[in-house]
Design a protein around this ligand. Structure first.
Ligand SMILES: Cc1ncc(COP(=O)(O)O)c(C=O)c1O
Length: 439
């Protein structure tokens, strides 16, 4: 698949937070960081056009098919398509009834969305530090952060490697807490044979452009095994209107107006939907459209191939970087299926003799490999610092972001040459930095 590079617009669009980085700085790149995480071919193109010819372009047969396929693959009772992972997590936060003052334990090593949905409901994100080997939330620190105000735990399966879910679920059961799995990186990932999004109370997936599958740049899926939550998700995702009017009645009174049915066939009375807040929560429009869902169905057919290709690339990088002094490769525990949404290498500054930033500079400017960082600890953003969060509270997450990590280009369209260029570039950059520092 040829990618149109016209979108490298040097900061002239609003894409900054979420699409390709500007590269009009004269650096000649061998392997750019692409924000297109998947492969589209005629299947997606044809499906999109076919869906555009439907009578209804939203919440139709393609959405139904996409949800059913997704639920089957992820071994969950329910899957509901939505506009993106953030809105999916917002729905979960409303389902969990997070209210002002309630505490939610969350990882700081995530896109801001995971905390944003807590803040939006007036909840208080409480940050637990990460495990320095998996970069995922550390269950031992979660246990330390539980207080009588804690209501939920929000975990993120960073880079496509699932969190150690057993101790998280044990803590949740012991303290009566809800668990949200942020599965933005984790389509098709598993832990001890259980699929992402099937272990916690609710899971939320992202089909944003960068993700392992994408529904035209934006999209999401909410999963649950809980029948009550399934009703709540349908209600909150679509402006509280899943409740039909009580059709056992033949008459409704609205002030001075009386509305009378003379036959059960009068489908328009008193209107075709009713609105009732779910458990006191007002919903919104978080729907996915039919074109996205049609593309999503094709992407699910490709998911085994897309996952296998990412894993193949991930394993090739790991093998190619063994014994590079100062560079640490991805850790893959045996009980988990890593789906390599990201490939994160870590710089060991002591061993390398130079800093991570210096290494990245050489890798980019001299070796033409564009790596990027995910994620600045959430509590370092100005908005949260203004709330008084201790900037030193999660030393592993801070060290990871400011001193250790960098994420290599990772998507299934990478060629063998791209992979070799990355391996060679990393080896060369590490050697150059080491040499500059050992006089
Ligand atoms: C870990 C994580 N959580 C949540 C999100 C938000 O996903 P979306 O853009 O679909 O709302 C992202 C997306 O970048 C993510 O990486």
């Amino acid at each position: 698949m040829e990618i149109d590079k016209k979108h490298f617009t040097g900061g002239k669009t609003e894409g900054g937070i979420t699409s390709s980085y500007a590269t009009e700085d004269g650096v000649k790149l061998k392997v750019p960081y692409s924000f297109m995480g998947t492969i589209y071919d005629d299947a997606e193109f044809d499906a999109a056009v076919a869906a555009m010819k439907q009578d209804s372009l939203t919440m139709g047969p393609k959405t139904q098919e996409f949800q059913e396929k997704f639920a089957r693959i992820h071994k969950v009772k329910y899957a509901f398509a939505c506009s993106n992972c953030t809105t999916g997590m917002h729905v979960a936060t409303q389902l969990f009834d997070i209210k002002p003052g309630d505490e939610v334990i969350v990882t700081p090593n995530t896109f801001v969305a995971t905390s944003l949905v807590i803040l939006k409901e007036g909840g208080i994100p409480v940050f637990a530090d990460i495990d320095p080997r998996t970069f995922n939330i550390d269950p031992e620190d979660v246990a330390r952060k539980i207080t009588p105000k804690t209501k939920a735990i929000y975990v993120v399966h960073y880079a496509g490697l699932m969190v150690d879910m057993d101790p998280i679920m044990e803590l949740a059961a012991k303290h009566g807490l809800k668990v949200l799995e942020d599965c933005a990186h984790a389509a098709n990932a598993s832990y001890k044979g259980r699929m992402a999004g099937s272990i916690g109370d609710v899971g939320a997936f992202s089909f944003h452009s960068l993700k392992n599958i994408t529904t035209c740049g934006e999209g999401g899926m909410i999963t649950t095994n809980n029948d009550e939550y399934a009703k709540g998700i349908q209600n909150l995702r679509c402006m509280n209107n899943t409740q039909p009017w009580d059709q056992s009645k033949n008459e409704w009174k609205f002030g001075d107006i009386t509305c009378k049915k003379t036959s059960p066939l009068e489908y328009w009375m008193p209107a075709h939907f009713d609105v009732i807040p779910w458990n006191g929560h007002w919903g919104s429009n978080y729907r996915m459209n039919e074109i996205q869902a049609a593309v999503g169905c094709c992407q699910l057919d490709k998911l085994p191939m897309l996952t296998a290709r990412r894993q193949q690339i991930g394993h090739a990088i790991t093998a190619g970087l063994q014994d590079v002094t100062g560079i640490e490769t991805v850790y893959e525990p045996k009980d988990r299926e890593h789906v390599y949404h990201l490939y994160t290498i870590c710089v060991n500054e002591k061993e390398l003799g130079g800093s991570r930033d210096e290494f990245m500079r050489v890798l980019y400017e001299e070796e033409g490999v564009q790596s990027i960082l995910h994620y600045q600890p959430t509590f370092h953003f100005t908005g949260l610092q203004r709330m008084g969060y201790d900037p030193n509270q999660c030393p592993n997450a801070s060290e990871f972001f400011y001193k250790r990590e960098t994420n290599l280009p990772m998507h299934p369209r990478l060629t063998e040459q791209n992979v070799q260029d990355m391996i060679d570039g990393i080896k060369n950059a590490a050697a150059k930095v080491r040499k500059r520092h050992c006089k």
